[in-house]
Design a protein around this ligand. Sequence first.
Ligand SMILES: [Zn+2]
Length: 407
Amino acid sequence: MQPHEPTPPDRADQPESPYAPPSGWGQEQQPPQPGSAIPQHTGAHPTYGTETSKPYGNEPTSPYGAGSTSPYGAQPTSPYGAEHLAPYGAAPMTPYGAPPPVPPQSMPRGLSPFGMPARHSWEIPLLVLVVVCTTVAYLIALVVLIVVLADGAVPSDYLLLLVFAPILVWLGRGLNYATQRVNGVKMSPTQFPEGYQMVADAAARFGMATVPDAYVVLGNGQINAFASGHGFRRFVVVYSDLFEIGGKAREPDALAFIIGHEVGHIAAGHTSYWRQLGMFLVPFLPILGSSLIRSQEYTADNHGYCNRHTGAAAAMGTLAAGKYMNTLVGFDEMADRAAAEKGGFVWFVNALSSHPVLTWRMWALRDRSRHGRLFLRPSPQPPVGAGPYGPYGPYGEVPSLPPKPVP
Ligand SMILES: [Zn+2]
């Protein structure tokens, strides 16, 4: 690919403009309309289409109540397009029938694809604990340093690390941002325009005033992405091996989920300097520190889910088995194992992880009736008040993809 070529050669048949009519791999989501929080999903994945259209399908009765009492407006036709309604078609054919009204309190909007994504319920309590620990440790370190210097002794490295934390965090963030600025491929309307549009859409979806910068960096086989900032600037970095899943032959919805997750870290304030300084002690606080990070990851997953819930399964499949086999991963089968895999070692692996273990994370993305489990293994019992939709709440589970033929 030439340095200034606006689109990769394999997409030469597509329009030059990134905002042209849908055809590329970033075109599936339109920017949210002003005053509307409903993600407009116009061109669902053919496989997802029939699945996801079931609960929202062409039914005479809104799942949110009779007629037009839906807070999201009446949708006489599926947002996924009529062609995706087959084989469920009109209401009499749907296996769900006409669902009875569900009390609003059993539908946590923050965990649904609608409204603003929710912060994990444990995040703020754990953050307060960690910030208190960090502040106390910092003040103690300051006093000890003064005493040590007064005695003419040499302070230890750990003491200096803590005392100079404000400068170290600032330096680290500045260096990180500069690294992306000089080495990263910056997304723009002419460079990876579909990815650029996904970032802009996610920022708009979360009500952010400023669209963060976004870079693709060489992944060297690693499946990763992160968000950070420096000063007032915020940015998202997606490794090339993960960014590839957005290619038109793969899973653009999964990339939109990932980008929603990373932009969500920024929207939720995880990338601010003061936040990161207050969490300086996280690596030295076993279980407490990692649990705070895990709760942040659940929060970011809620953002990814809100941004493109149809990409959750393939995004998790990519984290589990890589970019080529992501759609071969049985999402439900793996999520089911969250409840089946038991034991103290399982508990420890999760408790010490920075991210929720994958099976639990998948379970949380499937069961949208409650926040993801931080400490206790998900329960196979249906949650109380799940209503007529089964154990996974009124929004339905994330559809698992049937295996695709490998090209
Ligand atoms: Zn994350």
